[in-house]
Design a protein around this ligand. Structure first.
Ligand SMILES: Nc1ncnc2c1ncn2[C@@H]1O[C@H](COP(=O)(O)OP(=O)(O)O)[C@@H](O)[C@H]1O
Ligand SMILES: [Mg+2]
Length: 375
């Protein structure tokens, strides 16, 4: 059992957590919900050892938790799967699972066979379809998440914290994750499940805690509450309609695509997009949604088809530069890998698509960059 008693934590100018107390029963899935800024991440960072400067106490099986690092938390059986996964893409599955604790065999040599054997055991338990020798960077996000869960399992984790674990999973992957969570629960692992998706919370959790503006609003068993109640507690007032009808007006035809094909990825795709319209592409993973988006943006050359922008026929883009010059923008699925250069500043990232325009003799004109970004 985890008892959180009078926990408070402030950042300069913000009270992120204000005298929080509730408890989490062992072997249950406990949902932690709240709007953006409610304090969910701060609370799990405290439990997982990232923040050690807080007021109040946390007890695990009546022992006061005193930890100063994620590593110490792991030693106490607490593991966290953050929204941004922390796997090392260049390493294999087995290397990731045993990272920092590689079993050593004879004369201190790395016992790779043992590592792979143990990894395979855990992967079997999770019904995973990949191998300990696969490179993690080649796996889907869902499978990378399974690698993180495997890591928690070989660490003998008793408390697993998951921060928005379904945010980049497909429906089928979510179903699979839920059966994994039920399996972990059956092993007696306690799960703290952070999400703002109430449908999921009500499907998978046994009890639900609501935070709002850093305050504890309520902890209830699932059967004692319901989604409208939880929404009311999250936002502090009652909402009559979760999805009010939209009244947007469809404007002129901006983009029309005919027979767009990239062999082996998608074929003969037709669609139109009007001004002020949101067009969704649904499909299972592997159905070609991302590939289609990339081809539209010129990140991969389409083989045939026709693209019209504002009713003008365009040649098929073969470089993002061409798409950008026609006013197309692409936000990638995997922002950390494809969308951003994490070593650069926010300003440098924002100005990157126009870096040529603001450069002279190989140097970026910083003043100009600043003016554009600040505007
Ligand atoms: N490192 C930080 N520095 C300053 N303020 C922070 C920091 N982390 C969180 N906060 C603030 O604390 C409050 C709670 O944030 P957070 O725990 O991230 O909420 P949630 O995860 O529920 O969205 C917010 O007002 C947020 O702006
Ligand atoms: Mg958060």
């Amino acid at each position: 059992m985890i008892r959180i008693e009078h926990v408070s934590k402030s950042f300069p100018g913000v009270v992120a957590l204000d005298d929080i107390s509730f408890q989490i029963d062992s072997g249950t899935v406990h949902g932690l919900v709240g709007e953006n800024g409610a304090g969910k991440s701060t609370l799990i960072k405290i439990i997982s050892g990232i923040y050690s400067d807080y007021e109040g106490d946390i007890f695990i099986d009546d022992q006061r938790l005193q930890i100063n690092s994620v590593h110490e938390a792991q030693k106490k059986g607490i593991a966290t799967i953050f929204q941004e996964l922390t796997v090392v893409r260049e390493l294999t599955v087995a290397e990731n699972i045993f990272l920092g604790r590689e079993p050593v065999g004879f004369a201190g040599a790395l016992d790779r066979a043992e590592m792979e054997r143990k990894s395979q055991q855990v992967l079997n338990e999770l019904n995973a379809s990949f191998s300990p020798r696969d490179k993690v960077g080649d796996l889907s996000v869902a499978n990378q998440q399974l690698v993180e869960i495997s890591k928690a399992l070989v660490l003998n984790t008793r408390i697993l914290i998951m921060d928005e674990p379904t945010s980049s999973l497909t429906e089928r992957e979510i179903k699979n994750l839920f059966s994994v969570i039920n399996m972990l629960k059956a092993k007696g692992i306690t799960i703290l499940y952070v999400s703002h998706k109430l449908e999921e919370i009500f499907k998978i959790c046994d009890a639900i805690t609501v935070l709002r503006d850093g305050k504890h609003i309520q902890t209830n068993s699932k059967s004692a509450t319901n989604p409208p109640d939880v929404i009311r507690m999250m936002v502090g007032r009652s909402l009559n309609m979760m999805y009010p009808p939209r009244t947007a007006q469809k404007g002129e035809l901006l983009l029309s695509v005919k027979n767009l094909t990239r062999v082996g990825e998608f074929q003969n795709i037709d669609f139109e997009v009007h001004a002020g319209e949101i067009v969704g592409f649904a499909g299972l993973i592997g159905s070609g949604r991302t590939e289609l988006a990339k081809a539209l943006f010129g990140a991969a050359c389409p083989d045939k088809g026709e693209i019209r922008i504002c009713n003008q026929k365009k040649k098929l883009f073969c470089h993002p530069r061409e798409a950008i010059s026609q006013g197309l923008v692409y936000l990638s699925e995997d922002r950390k890998q494809e969308g951003l250069i994490l070593l650069l500043s926010v300003r440098e990232n924002i100005s990157l698509p126009i870096v040529k325009k603001i450069s002279q003799n190989l140097f970026v004109k910083r003043k100009e960059e600043q003016n554009i970004v600040d505007s």
